[in-house]
Design a protein around this ligand. Structure first.
Ligand code: F6P
Length: 320
């Protein structure tokens, strides 16, 4: 293995830079050069390359976002797009490619692996934590902590004014972020797409809590549950308790990565380089029960990661 290419793809996640840094420095120890492709798959299609050296990745371990920038690129998924990407890899003499991203990026990488001779490895990085085969993705812990910091502030105003707040958090169609944030802010109610609910049940819980002396309430809702504006309105109308909606939005995707996100980035970066250096391919670096291992694109892409519903049960017990 002479040259590894790196691409960050899809939504950015805090810790992607720490992963790039780890890749470059571990590769150097193996005598492998590293180049980056800019703006996700677009960089492979249009041959936009950035040289990455142990010195050029200095001082990025603590930076959110990705120095390579990223994009959600549809052109890559066409035969023509993949053909152009293969030519770019050949022109740059890239014999190993590391894709840092989420499940969508891995599905694209999986397709591409069938059309290129370049060995591919993946590093899971998404705030959504929805990649099958790894207990955690880079960026999830940072987004959880960002959510917790903001909701602790919302709790202050909710308590002062005896209000209920719905706080909408990201997660696309999944509830990993909502469940972890909800548990750790002491939310009275957590709503996730994985568990169907009726607005009436939410109102009942709020009224019961109020009767039991709770003056405020925090509902952490995953964005994937649907219209949170309408839900806030419905709760206020039914319970006669002032209800506000706060959408945390894109702040959850930015900021300095936590120590945990940097740690995962570092160990995953090392694992991905070693997979390629050892002649392995189509593996995603993964954490399983505290151990770093690899899961195939094939398996990860066709399976859906389960949300541990015990978190929701525990949150309910603890918020009484
Ligand atoms: O996948 C990360 C994520 O932030 C999701 O939580 C969210 O639904 C989505 O990306 C937003 O995507 P975009 O940046 O394209 O608006």
């Amino acid at each position: 293995m002479r040259t590894i290419g790196v691409v960050t793809s899809g939504g950015d996640a805090p810790g992607m830079n720490a992963a790039i840094r780890a890749i470059v420095r571990v590769a150097q120890a193996h005598g492998i050069a590293v180049i980056g492709f800019e703006r996700g798959w677009e960089g492979l299609i249009y041959d936009n390359v950035m040289s990455l050296t142990p010195r050029s990745v200095s001082g990025i371990i603590q930076q959110g976002g990705t120095i390579l920038r990223t994009s959600r690129n549809k052109e890559f998924m066409t035969d023509e797009g993949m053909q152009k990407a293969s030519v770019t890899l050949a022109n740059n003499k890239v014999d190993g490619l590391i894709v840092i991203g989420g499940d969508g990026s891995f599905r694209a990488a999986h397709e591409f692996s069938k059309k290129t001779d370049t060995r591919i490895a993946g590093i899971p990085a998404t705030i959504d934590n929805d990649v099958y085969g790894t207990d955690e993705t880079i960026g999830f812990d940072t987004a959880v902590n960002t959510g917790v910091t903001e909701i602790d502030k919302i709790r202050d105003t909710a308590t002062s004014l005896d209000r209920v707040f719905i706080v909408e958090v990201m997660g696309r169609t999944r509830g990993f972020l909502a469940a972890m944030i909800g548990l750790t802010v002491g939310a009275e109610i957590i709503l996730v797409p994985e568990v169907k609910f009726q607005p009436e049940e939410v109102c009942d819980t709020i009224l019961k809590n109020s009767a039991a002396g709770k003056k405020s309430g925090i509902i952490v809702a995953a964005e994937g549950i649907g219209d949170t504006h309408a839900l806030a309105k419905e709760i206020q109308e039914h319970t006669r308790i002032e209800t506000r909606l706060s959408v945390l939005g894109y702040a959850q995707r930015g900021g300095h990565p936590t120590a945990r996100s940097r740690f995962l980035a570092s160990v995953f970066g090392k694992a991905a380089v070693e997979f390629l250096a050892d002649g392995k391919e189509n593996l995603i670096a993964a954490l399983q029960h505290g151990k770093v291992t690899g899961i195939s694109f094939d398996e990860s892409c066709c399976k859906s990661k389960e949300l541990d519903l015990r978190l929701l049960k525990l949150a309910r017990e603890l918020s009484k």
